[in-house]
Design a binder for this molecule. Sequence first.
Ligand code: ZN
Length: 95
Amino acid sequence: MSKELSDLKLERKECPKCGATWINGTHVFRGTAASYENSELDLAGLVCNKNGDHTCINPSKGKEGGQTWEYRAGYIDGAFKARKETLEELGKLDI
Ligand SMILES: [Zn+2]
């Protein structure tokens, strides 16, 4: 038996297959550390259902209903555009 875990302990799990990260049981997206309800389902639709195998630890793997690349493509295009604009703004300030 291990000692009782402190509330402050960070438990980090990474899926060996798709590289997704869970912190204290909550899935977070890499890079942004974004977390939201159903993100596991989106992850499944985006990554795990296509690329996952038995080593994938996403509990929503195999479930339908998450985002797909068809949906995501539009989102990412928008996100990249916004980021590019932000960088351009920063570039203007950094004289
Ligand atoms: Zn996975």
